[in-house]
Design a protein around this ligand. Structure first.
Ligand code: ADP
Length: 424
């Protein structure tokens, strides 16, 4: 069967978040990194193409998103989804409005919704205003974001600045009454000339009702929350089989390693936990800066331990140590030097026979995935909220690699040691 739902995510971890949500709702899902040039993967109900289009110039974001859309159309998708951040990260110039508008034009559709709500993470929308926990978006930490400061919590106003489409609101008076009332409100707004509508949502039940009201809508835009309600539409139409678990992964094997470039609080605890019982190697950025041959030394060391235990290679350090390193090397220079070293180590470890790997850190994961030449990931069972096991899409004849990509603050303290038991 062809792919049902085609998604375009404006960043990598946002893509993974959405993909995990779809798997939990029963769709077999693959995440592809960048606009693919390969064939459509088999046995897949949903494809998420992860772009890096949140903060680049709007024209570039539009061009990349349209290229992704064309590929998804060729894959036979019946509905399309544009995923952005649940805090609506954008500037008055875009990119949410321009990309949504361009996708609408390409799909020849005159109406879509915009709903970034994600109640489980405290993102709710009421009367068009986005709340982060108990505070308005404009009073939350997001007002100081270095790239996309959000100083207005009224999403109707924010989106209206980014598009020539008229933006309306489906307010809670309608959302609270369920799918039929929501769909009726869509019709009224369309008649009034609206091309896009912000939709209020306070609970997961609201998201499910909104999802139901979006059955047959060619394009849906939002955070990952709306994904809760869409699979059920396909199921109702008999297009989505129940059967085998959507999170089934192909078998993987080989040796095990953890690579950590995250200095977040949760990761620090996870590193300390694993160090107590496993061989570990600390990467000192100052040694890298001095040009010492750290990568071969790590691989030599790993070669002698890997066959007995999973190993841990980490640059993770306490905030004061990181600050000292950054003061000496510069923030970006330190970050990219560590990322490059960890990415080379990941490649070396795979050559040594590692087939199951955990990577901690969003940027670090991006660097590792790139170094390994990974083009796509099949999303598997969840280890902890927001972190699934995945298997790389591999050419026929080559074994897939199991990867768990953990962003900074996710996972319990024993994540690095317990994750292995969640592998099939
Ligand atoms: P997180 O998901 O926790 O934010 P990231 O991998 O996205 O983790 O970001 C962590 C950044 O810190 C990376 O650029 C990484 O290379 C850098 N880094 C890791 N360890 C150190 C260190 N000891 N000193 C300075 N920078 C470091």
């Amino acid at each position: 069967m062809a792919v049902l739902l085609g998604c375009i995510a404006d960043d990598f971890t946002g893509g993974t978040d959405l993909a995990g949500m779809l798997v939990k709702a029963g769709m077999r899902t693959v995440q592809l990194i960048g606009v693919p040039d390969g064939p459509v993967p088999e046995d897949v109900d949903a494809v998420v193409i992860a772009l890096k289009s949140r903060t680049n110039p709007a024209e570039e974001a539009v061009a990349e998103s349209l290229a992704a859309l064309r590929w998804l159309q060729q894959a036979g998708c019946r509905q399309f989804y544009f995923k952005y951040c649940s805090t609506f990260d954008s500037t008055p110039r875009g990119n949410i409005g321009p990309v949504a508008q361009a996708l609408m034009a390409a799909l020849d559709t005159s109406f879509t919704i915009a709903c970034p709500a994600f109640p489980a993470n405290g993102r709710t929308i009421y009367k068009g205003n986005l709340f982060v926990g108990d505070t308005l978006l404009s009073e939350s930490g997001m007002r100081n974001h270095p790239l996309t400061p959000m100083t207005d919590s009224n999403l109707v106003r924010v989106l209206q600045q980014q598009t020539t489409q008229q933006v309306g609101l489906v307010d809670y008076a309608h959302v609270g009454q369920g799918a039929t009332a929501i769909a009726a409100r869509f019709a009224v707004l369309r008649e009034q000339g609206c091309g896009m509508a912000i939709v209020d949502a306070l609970t997961n039940a609201d998201l499910e009702a909104i999802g139901e009201a979006c059955a047959g809508m060619p394009l849906v835009t939002g955070g990952s929350g709306i994904a809760l309600g869409l699979p059920q539409n396909f199921r109702r139409q008999g297009l989505l089989a129940g059967g085998a678990a959507a999170s089934a992964l192909p078998a993987t094997g080989g040796l095990r390693a953890v690579i950590s470039g995250s200095c977040s609080v949760a990761t620090q605890k996870q590193v300390a936990w694993m160090r107590k019982s496993h061989p570990s190697f600390h990467i000192d950025p100052l040694r890298l800066a001095r040009g010492e041959d750290v990568v071969p030394a790590v691989l030599d060391w790993a070669g002698s331990h890997l066959h007995k235990h999973p190993v841990l290679v980490y640059a993770t350090a306490a905030p004061e140590t990181v600050r000292q390193v950054q003061a000496e090397l510069g923030v970006e220079q330190a970050g990219s030097m560590v990322e490059e070293a960890l990415a080379s180590i990941a490649r070396g470890l795979v050559e040594l026979g590692v087939g199951q790997m955990i990577v901690a850190g969003g940027e670090t994961s991006g660097a590792v995935v790139k170094a390994l030449g990974v083009q796509g990931l099949r999303i598997g069972p969840e280890i902890d909220p927001g972190v699934p096991w995945t298997a790389t899409l591999s050419d026929a004849g080559t074994a897939p690699l199991a990867l768990a990509l953990k962003s900074g603050n996710f996972g319990t303290e024993d994540f690095f040691t317990k994750a292995w038991s969640a592998l099939p």
